[in-house]
Design a protein around this ligand. Structure first.
Ligand SMILES: [Zn+2]
Ligand SMILES: [Zn+2]
Length: 426
């Protein structure tokens, strides 16, 4: 019998892992610079956590959730995104108030039952931030700035920010009506999905990717022309703060984002390295979500970054991730030599040096080749003669220099190389 990874999932293999680690490290460091702290929530939740918040009419909830009944018949869903989970956790643990700002970030796998295609998987990874407790436009601007800073820190270029406002529950219904009126005249020309969206939530029509719908979407009314005075003022202030922070952006009045809970500011970061269609990051304000969950009215804003996409761009843009390597490889001939090697490896690891030896009974030349493949900094070669004199040859694999070093002095030699007790190249 042959097994394969489930459709839409992918193994991240040891050669790829350093790139992922570098991305995750950059996320943690950059979020930390803006005073975000990590939160870890379960990968599954009660189904209502997602269906109520993301919106029943969205593609995510209507078609893409991994929903199952557990052994007691409770409906659970693998998280398709993390914001709803974070809101649930923050409420449950009393982390939210209006006189305190809560800044949290998350990192981990998400699950959506989508047709697998390039850059789209059923298990994928996201990192993101959520800030709760302030409706101030300066926080919107800082959040956008953080997303740009993250990509800069990752070495990505040709970034563009798309910005829009989707209004609030006061002004959105007016816009909805305007959209309904407009699309009603074109229903026959739209795709099947759009005809359904028309009935459920006309805002969703603006998300359609079908070619036949594009020309109608382009000419549809714009939310920013229907904002009430408060939302208008908020949007103007966000733009003012962004200008002050020298964050470049363009207003894209077609941008609505695929989730129901957004209010006012929404944004995406696009990298031209991927082509104009592809956002690397998306987010926005969700001032009513906490209340919808049964909490107080606590305004919030956040964004999420797709890590598969980042890994793809970074692979393309030759952002090099350092290959992991072993500091010391001990080549051994015979069982007795291996015992000495194990003792030396223990000492090496106590000093923080990575060490390995041969477990396959290979010839010396095969062991040296293996050490080379591993990128070993040094090779120490122990055979019968070496056992007798309790001393062996230490080879610097970079310079090919070789010198005789007694077993007992092996690690003072290492300390001598860089003064730090290791074989690093600093
Ligand atoms: Zn409004
Ligand atoms: Zn459509």
């Amino acid at each position: 019998m042959k097994y394969a990874a489930p459709r839409g999932t992918k193994d991240i293999l040891p050669d790829e892992a350093p790139l992922w680690q570098a991305i995750e490290r950059a996320c943690r460091e950059t979020f930390g610079l803006f005073n975000y702290r990590e939160i870890r929530t379960p990968v599954f939740e009660s189904t209502e956590v997602f269906s109520r918040s993301i919106g029943d009419s969205t593609d995510i909830v209507s078609k893409e959730m991994y929903t199952f009944a557990d052994r007691k018949g409770r409906s659970l869903t693998l998280r398709p995104e993390a914001t709803a989970s974070v809101v649930r956790a923050a409420l449950e643990n009393n982390l939210l108030s209006t006189d305190n700002l809560l800044k949290v970030y998350y990192l981990g796998p998400m699950f959506r039952y989508e047709r697998p295609q390039a850059g789209r998987q059923r298990q994928f990874h996201q990192a993101g931030v959520e800030a709760f407790g302030s409706a101030d436009p300066s926080l919107d601007a800082e959040t956008v700035q953080l997303s740009v800073k993250l990509f800069e820190n990752l070495g990505l270029k040709e970034l563009a920010v798309d910005l829009n406002s989707v209004g609030c529950p006061e002004c959105q219904p007016v816009f909805r009506e305007a959209l309904k009126k407009y699309f009603a005249a074109h229903l026959a020309e739209l795709c099947d999905d759009c005809r359904q969206r028309f009935a459920a939530n006309p805002l969703r029509l603006l998300d359609c990717k079908e070619a036949r719908c594009q020309k109608y979407i382009e000419q549809a009314p714009a939310m920013i022309d229907h904002l009430d005075p408060e939302c208008q003022a908020h949007f103007a202030k966000v733009r003012g703060w962004l200008d002050g922070l020298k964050v470049k952006y363009r207003v894209n009045d077609r941008l609505v984002r695929g989730l129901d809970y957004y209010t006012r500011t929404v944004f995406e970061v696009v990298s031209k390295q991927l082509g104009a269609q592809n956002a690397v990051c998306g987010g926005g304000r969700y001032d009513n979500l906490v209340k919808q969950f049964g909490g107080k009215s606590v305004p919030a804003i956040g964004f999420a970054v797709g890590l598969e996409r980042l890994a793809e761009i970074m692979g393309k843009s030759k952002v090099k991730s350092q290959k992991s390597k072993v500091d010391l490889f001990i080549a051994v001939l015979g069982e007795q030599a291996k015992k000495v090697a194990f003792d030396l490896m223990s000492q090496a690891r106590d000093l923080g040096l990575s060490a390995d030896t041969d477990f396959l009974g290979r010839s010396l030349s095969a062991q040296l080749k293996a050490a080379d493949r591993l990128g070993a900094g040094y090779v120490y070669i122990i055979g019968d003669d070496e056992l007798a004199k309790r001393s062996a040859a230490l080879k610097n694999m970079k310079t090919a220099e070789q010198k005789e070093v007694p077993f007992a002095e092996l690690f003072t030699q290492f300390a001598g190389e860089c003064g730090k007790g290791c074989s690093c190249e600093e």
